[in-house]
Design a protein around this ligand. Sequence first.
Ligand code: ACO
Length: 272
Amino acid sequence: MTDETATFTIENRIAWVKFNRPDKRNCMSPTLNRKMLEVLESLEFREDVGVIVLTGEGTAWSAGMDLKEYFRENEQKGLHATRKAQREAYSWWSRLRWFEKPTIAMVNGWCFGGAYGPLFACDLAFAAEDAQFGLSEINWGILPGGGASKVATELLSFRDAMYHAMMGENLTGKQAAEKGLVNEALPADQLKARVEEVAKVLLAKNATALRATKWAIRRVREMTYDNAEDYLIRAQEAANSFDGEGRKEATRQFIDEKSFKPGLGAYDISRA
Ligand code: ACO
């Protein structure tokens, strides 16, 4: 049987990738984790894809790790199976964190525990106001592992992260936006249109600069100011040698042609 646990469609250079186990609330089984890596790898260097959106089929974005297939069944097989399953999950989250193209989480519903890995891996995140976010690990007797504790402390204040992890209470999409877990929350029927609007803005920007920017924002979080300054010089110089024409064309359009203002929008990339 063809594995359909992760699927995608491409429309106008946006790849809509889906967790696709709606009857299991899109929880992440080893099969899904393997399939998701395969899907991401197949999309990363396609010319007809400029932005990836990760969303869920049905009522869930993802209900976290599959308690049966990821945890219990692997524990029964032994440590080797658990470690293999961990590697499979973490490898696609890591691939997504350092994806070559902009990535957007479109959180349509439930988002629990392990799902915070791919949530953080996406560069931007938009949620339905009535989506539910939870570190439910404490409710079934484990700590928030698989990066979830790290994600909470990266995105929330110390007090909020501690409360969120210890209490096992959910946040709505609206609360998640107020606390910084996602960029924005919208009524569910407006979510896709807003994500599409954001994706279109990204598609109109210089792709090399976007890639350098998203990696820079992730890297400098963990650097001293001096190291960040140095890294950013080198990252820009590397971007220049990879694709130096875009920046020169943009400068020409602003200074010579006066056809756009960088403070008010992007240059016309089609003319570079
Ligand atoms: N692991 C395994 N199976 C799951 C999971 C999961 N994480 N989440 C849902 N399912 C299964 C259910 O067992 C059920 O299966 P069945 O139809 O064979 O009985 C099916 O998905 C539907 O689930 P319901 O609970 O009936 O759906 P409902 O819409 O009422 O509730 C909710 C949704 C709140 C998401 C609930 O399923 C739930 O609490 N899931 C677990 C969430 C969670 O704590 N995940 C783990 C986080 S910790 C971590 O990821 C490390």
